[in-house]
Design a protein around this ligand. Sequence first.
Ligand SMILES: C[S@@+](CC[C@H](N)C(=O)[O-])C[C@H]1O[C@@H](n2cnc3c(N)ncnc32)[C@H](O)[C@@H]1O
Length: 277
Amino acid sequence: MFDAEAIVDQATRKALFARVRRHTGIDMADRKWTLLHGRLRRRLQALSLSSYGDYLAVLDSSTVEVGHFIDMVTTNETSFFRTPRIWDYLWNDFLPAWYAGNAGSTLQMWSAAASTGEEAYSAAMLFEEFRQKHTDFNYRILGTDIAQRVLDVGGVGTYLGRNVEGLQKARPAMLEKYFQPDGVTHAVAPSLRAHVTFRTHNLYQRLKDPTRFDLVMLRNVLIYFDEAGQETVLENVRQSMASKAVLLVGESESLNRIRTGFTYQQPLIYRNADASA
Ligand SMILES: C[S@@+](CC[C@H](N)C(=O)[O-])C[C@H]1O[C@@H](n2cnc3c(N)ncnc32)[C@H](O)[C@@H]1O
């Protein structure tokens, strides 16, 4: 029976933490060992491996295994309309101001740690509502994540009942309007789906896309990186943003203590400071 708690020495743990950092940029230390072990042990069982030493050898020789590893070590928690005040800000402030200054253009949004797509589709629903008031308003949303497994869920756009419970409580009319129930699942309506694309991307690299985004959600992902990592990721993201574009971060995230090219607007809301971007 594989019992890594008992047999994994410090050097092997360090080697595993180093692989997490190498492949995702996520900063894990000893206090995260139980979490990491809990996630990896099932993989070892699936591969019929009896030690992490053997697993490291597989990981280091297989890009397919690197994909599985990334899927396992990332935390993908998300929900529709997470952090209500952000969505109120978008509806009351951002959208009217953007539309006033850019009528006839397409709003470009990037959900930069999209997980299973709830954030991207929440934005799409809000934008669709705005479009009903302003018929020439158009938008495109790119959702990216380092983990393929979660992106596949977003790409299919089909959610189980428990994933839409919060939406049902908070915005039942939207669930009714933008999802098609099918037994135990709810499928995103094709009209919404048509505006959203998903693809893999590691935030430690620059996005290979010429688009300069007007709005970027980089929420609940900076917390996994150390300060230097946060600065690298923020600069990479900023390089893909339009001048004065808006960046939204997660509830427990702040750019206050790090050096970035963003200026503070309100809690969780920043702007690209580079007027020439
Ligand atoms: C907790 S989820 C946040 C989802 C969504 N933004 C939200 O706030 O609800 C964090 C996501 O960041 C992704 N992630 C972690 N490291 C990443 C990296 N280096 N590049 C891109 N995505 C990463 C994870 O795979 C995960 O899906």
